[in-house]
Design a protein around this ligand. Structure first.
Ligand code: ATP
Ligand code: MG
Length: 405
């Protein structure tokens, strides 16, 4: 029996009142873009859900793409039969048999949009339930949390039956929360921060600082490759490369070593904020997690954050490293992130950075830098490109992975 339709249920957006239409429109658009390559699909959005009619496209391939779309709470493969009770009986029995294990519980849950159909919902529940019990054993009816929730919908154009409900990605549709600039290093944390921002409906642009020749082309490529992993959840991502060599050399020359990290971060934040302003972003996101390293103490954050009043979102702030790593593995960024190409922060890292920098001192020290000129120079050398999704899911060979541990 062939799957003819995928039924998609919305997540939290159903609670969004007046904004509901806007959310549904975005989700509809995101689903359409993600499934663009399946040319025969028909996708229709209504108030409560989205119907994807397959018209012969492969159900599994469509569902595997659907899994990455935020704003979908769950989805079900659906079989359509003509409006005949005999056909409905056959389909229900067939679908249950496909998913059946001994002693399972089930219920038939009927909805009727076509009120002219000869049986009402009670009739249908009873008739279909009886035929299931007669045809398949051992199993029993259970109304609350059954193993198999058989949904039967009588619509004008047929009877639609589903048995399986699969988890969607959750979250909110990308693009419903506005745009933010993700500070993308080549590490484990920032891609996860980007993923979580996308999940809450943000659109992201990646900002990456690099310092050739101190940092290698591979380090830059790694940041791009990580960005490309995130493109799976949103489509193409704008990647902004910021030349940072001049600034790092100036800091190295003029700033006492223990404060160089704090001042480097302030420069990064100033630049990211300028770029955000130009590109109409509403926030800045980074991969900081409280207490993880010297720059991630509250004292440090206070001193660094002082350069801007723009909201800085830190999706990982309260997460343990293990939890972050577990997400990084799920989204396939971990293996890439642990490749040993050092980024600009690592290359210039002071041996003993201040964990409790004093703002007053920071400001005094910055007096020896021509901040405006450094910023203007860096901004004049931006390189902006669009990064597309990496379809090749295997990035690192097993041996490379082994050699790192
Ligand atoms: P990550 O794993 O994301 O690199 P980390 O634990 O190594 O994080 P830091 O190196 O202290 O931590 O960086 C903290 C945050 O600052 C990063 O998560 C990232 O958002 C930002 N950041 C660091 N280096 C860069 C860079 N070269 N370009 C852009 N952003 C950066
Ligand atoms: Mg890092």
């Amino acid at each position: 029996m062939e799957i003819t339709e995928i039924l998609v249920r919305y997540g939290e957006l159903s609670t969004k009142g007046k904004n509901r239409k806007f959310f549904i429109k975005k989700l509809h658009r995101n689903v359409r873009l993600k499934l663009e390559s399946f040319s025969k699909l028909k996708i229709a959005a209504n108030r409560d859900r989205l119907h994807i009619t397959l018209n012969g496209e492969d159900a599994d391939a469509v569902m595997s793409r659907l899994r990455d779309i935020f704003g979908v709470s769950s989805f079900s493969p659906v079989v359509r039969v003509d409006k005949s009770i005999e056909e409905a009986k056959q389909a229900v029995v067939h679908l249950i048999k496909e998913n059946f294990k001994d002693n399972m519980t089930f219920r038939i849950n009927t909805k009727r949009a076509d009120h002219d159909f000869e049986y009402d919902t009670n009739d249908l529940n009873r008739i279909l339930g009886t035929v299931v019990e007669e045809s398949i054993q051992p199993l029993s009816v259970r109304m609350k949390n059954p193993d198999l929730d058989v949904r039967v919908e009588v619509r004008l154009d047929g009877i639609f039956i589903s048995v399986e409900t699969l988890d969607g990605a959750g979250g909110l549709p990308v693009g419903t929360a506005g745009k933010g600039m993700l500070m993308m290093s080549g590490g484990i944390d920032s891609p996860v921060a980007g993923y979580l921002s996308l999940k809450r409906g943000m659109e992201i642009e990646a900002v990456h600082f690099h310092s050739p020749p101190y940092t290698s082309p591979q380090a830059l490529q790694k940041a791009k490759d990580l960005t490309s992993k995130l493109a799976k959840y949103t489509g193409d991502i704008t990647f902004i490369e910021v030349p940072f060599t001049e600034i790092q050399e100036a800091i190295k020359k003029h700033i006492p070593e223990d404060y160089s990290m704090t001042i480097t971060r302030r420069m990064m934040l100033r630049l990211t904020d300028k770029i955000r302003g130009k590109r109409n972003g509403l926030a800045i996101m980074n991969g900081e997690s409280l207490g993880q390293v010297a720059s991630q103490t509250l004292e440090s954050m206070l001193a660094i954050n002082e350069v801007t009043a723009t909201p800085i979102l830190r999706p990982l702030i309260s997460m343990d490293k293990n939890d972050i790593i577990s997400i990084a593995r799920d989204i396939d960024t971990f293996d890439l992130a642990i490749q040993p190409y050092e980024d600009c922060c690592t290359v210039f890292a002071p041996s003993k950075p201040k964990t409790k920098p004093k703002l007053k001192k920071v400001k005094e020290m910055e007096g020896s830098l021509d901040i405006d000129a450094l910023i203007t120079n860096a901004l004049s050398g931006l390189r902006i490109e669009s990064i597309t999704q990496d379809d090749n899911s295997e990035n690192l060979s097993e041996e490379t992975y082994e050699s790192l541990f």
